[in-house]
Design a protein around this ligand. Structure first.
Ligand code: SF4
Ligand code: SF4
Length: 188
């Protein structure tokens, strides 16, 4: 049951103020995005239309703690199909950005592994200017599957290393300070 006292009528404006979230209010709930979504095809628990509907109703907490938020594969199929130009892929990113901020502030907890991967990936880009495949993948395996996961994937990593496709140490691009400044601006 939805209680009006639990709703946050400002949530849609909060999303619209995030980069990428501007068009959320144009959604007229037609289901076009969900019908063609390849993720929904394999996991019916992921329903982009429903997420947008809840967001527009002001179900802030329910939307931000919905683990399925992290399932969007950013394939942009819905982006092309939406008759209202909602730009749903970007809207999903905007909602995830709010969720990340709330998690950082200790207001909500995000347990989905995609969130862990994204955090490691972004931290790697912040430090090196590009992602450090071996470090990010190894840490992600450790965080989600423990030491057994790291050991399990080690032979594949070794093969990639032998073929020159994987570096043991991170490579830094020139101008990592500029990259850090870009992140500082974004995170203001
Ligand atoms: S296709 Fe566009 S208008 Fe239709 S439900 Fe999805 S986001 Fe909303
Ligand atoms: S961008 Fe996300 S929501 Fe849209 S079709 Fe692809 S996986 Fe589904």
């Amino acid at each position: 049951m939805i209680k009006s006292s639990d709703l946050d009528p400002n949530f849609k404006y909060e999303i619209a103020n995030e980069p990428g979230g501007e068009n959320i209010k144009l959604c007229f709930n037609c289901t076009g995005c969900t019908v063609g979504c390849p993720v929904t095809e394999i996991d019916t628990g992921y329903n982009p239309r429903k997420i947008l509907r809840k967001a527009l109703l002001g179900m802030r907490n329910e939307v931000l703690t919905d683990e399925s938020l992290w399932l969007c594969a950013s394939c942009y199929l819905c982006y092309e199909r939406c008759p209202q130009d909602v730009k749903i892929t970007e809207v999903m990113g905007a909602i995830r950005a709010i969720a990340q901020r709330d998690a950082k502030a200790g207001k909500i907890k995000i347990t989905h592994p995609k969130h862990k991967f994204d955090t490691l990936f972004i931290n790697s880009v912040k430090s090196n200017g590009k992602w450090y495949e071996a470090g990010v993948s190894g840490m992600f395996m450790f965080m989600t599957k423990g030491l057994g996961g790291v050991i399990g994937y080690a032979p594949m990593g070794l093969e990639l290393f032998k073929k020159g496709k994987l570096s043991i140490l991170p490579h830094r691009i020139k101008g990592t300070n500029e990259i850090k400044n870009i992140f500082k601006e974004i995170e203001k």
